[in-house]
Design a protein around this ligand. Sequence first.
Ligand code: PGA
Length: 252
Amino acid sequence: MSDKLIVGNWKMNMLLDEAKLLVDSILKDIGSDYDSCNVVLAPPYTALRSVYENIKDSRIELGAQDVFWELSGAYTGEISVNMLLDTGCTWVIIGHSERRHLLGESEELISKKVITALENGLNVILCVGETEKQKVEGQTINVIKKQLESAFSEDAKKYVKKIFIAYEPVWAIGTGKIARPNEIINIHQQIKQILTGLFGNDGNNISLLYGGSVSPENIGDFIHSRFVNGALVGGASLKADKFTEIIKKAGV
Ligand code: PGA
């Protein structure tokens, strides 16, 4: 069995009926006995429970797209780790660039979310990546280093097995532009070095996912590198045929 991890980030898409159709098609397409790789679906909050009911007898796991850093209380509009666990979630995406850039989510908030999610048992996919301007200015690795260093407090280091990193260049998200395979591999190698600096030898075991315009056409160009442990898929995860093709290609 391949140990690659494919995560579908549905973003703000899918009403309940649409979610059910999509999951039914994914389950049908991949078949009940697939073992090609590990799969996580991250629907919007409103569809978490219904997607869970649909996938609970399969090997697909459930993730959320964000979480709040307190466990309960007067935080209008927020969703806690306990609420996510209650819906069947075992994963959460934190620090997605859409939250960093559109909603102004700071490194400090991200770090608080990361530790709360880890301490309460969720697997955390932390997103990092540079903007086009930062790339042009040669700042890619500095930006990623700062994002990684500020996300993980000393306490977070106890939960290294639950930490996953998604390298998502902002200029590649939803644009159809993908980083070149050698760029992805090179940056993943440098991320590994930063992680061993932060976590010691344990940093070597942290899985790295690539995200940004991943499709059935390009997944094969980078997924089999030993420096790439999986992919975070946005747009293509909304189409059952595309998403299952990605899963199958990653699992070969
Ligand atoms: P995309 O999104 O695959 O549509 O580029 C990826 C992501 O934002 O996680």
